[in-house]
Design a protein around this ligand. Structure first.
Ligand SMILES: [Zn+2]
Length: 280
């Protein structure tokens, strides 16, 4: 009898153990993907969370057809969150087309406007979809399952002429892995983020403003301490990315990828491991 009880007990422990390992294996196979889409000179980032939510940050410079085609290839059906980091054409350019092509459930942007056709098209498209722009600013958290996605900037308001510093900066955390998407935030905003004492440390840094020397200050790089960095950049007359920033990243031993050299840059993480691949 005692023998029998022990047998049942060990069988129970065994099945409980199996259950545990089955569920933890399951959790570990759920991946989040972060795609830095090669849109030439501009930004567009697509994220698929492990819970299946779709996020798009910026839509590149052109008519948006390249971004729409990329998202369709990824079998995107609808988009839970669209983020316009700031109203410059190389970021919002294609967002109106994305709004036309997909059902978008919410749109976030900093509370600043621009006198350009690209910005007007964006606002018209948002209105046409019956949406209202939600304000992206420090402390605003995206209502998404399984991830912590919080804006760490803009920390304050800036002059209208400092459009880049208005950039909505999102920090995305899944398990133990984290990403910082900086838009075109420059040193003024970087300093404000540091002084606001928020957690900035991230495994992957989207390098600010296409590698211009007015972003990615040493102090900011020290606060973020990334393992990987991505420069979203194409042919341009601004000299992006600058050797100052590239050398700064090199000195910190950050593994840096560039969309103009590698094409699309795709990170995959299960919350513990992080891998990267490039696709032309
Ligand atoms: Zn830009």
């Amino acid at each position: 009898m005692i023998f029998k009880l022990i047998k049942i007990a060990s069988a129970l422990t065994l099945s409980a153990g199996l259950l545990l390992s089955a569920s933890s294996t399951n959790a570990a196979t759920k991946d989040m993907q972060v795609h830095f889409i090669n849109v030439g000179q501009g930004d567009s980032i697509y994220i698929k969370t492990a819970a299946g939510d779709d996020i798009i940050i910026d839509g590149g410079n052109k008519d948006g057809s390249d971004v729409v085609a990329y998202l369709k290839k990824q079998k995107v059906k609808d988009i839970e969150v669209m983020i316009s980091t700031h109203p410059d054409a190389d970021h919002i350019g294609g967002l109106d087309e994305v709004l036309k092509a997909f059902k978008v459930k919410s749109v976030y942007a900093p509370k600043v406007s621009n006198n350009t056709l690209a910005f007007k098209d964006f606002l018209t498209a948002v209105k046409r979809e019956g949406l209202k722009v939600k304000t992206a600013q420090k402390g605003v958290k995206l209502p998404l399952k399984g991830v912590n996605a919080t804006f760490v900037a803009p920390v304050k308001t800036y002059a209208k002429s400092d459009l880049n510093d208005w950039s909505a900066v999102l920090r995305l955390v899944y398990g133990k892995k984290s990403f910082l998407f900086t838009g075109d935030a420059e040193i003024k905003s970087e300093m404000d983020m540091i002084q606001s004492k928020q957690t900035l440390k991230s495994d992957v840094l989207k390098v600010g403003h296409h590698g211009a020397k007015t972003s990615t200050s040493s102090a900011f790089l020290k606060a973020v301490k990334p393992t990987y960095a991505v420069v979203s950049v194409g042919k341009n007359s601004y000299g992006h990315p600058t050797s100052t920033v590239i050398n700064r990243l090199k000195a910190q031993k950050v593994k840096t990828y560039r969309t103009d050299k590698s094409g699309h840059i795709i990170f995959t993480t299960n919350g513990t491991n992080l891998s990267v691949k490039t696709v032309r």
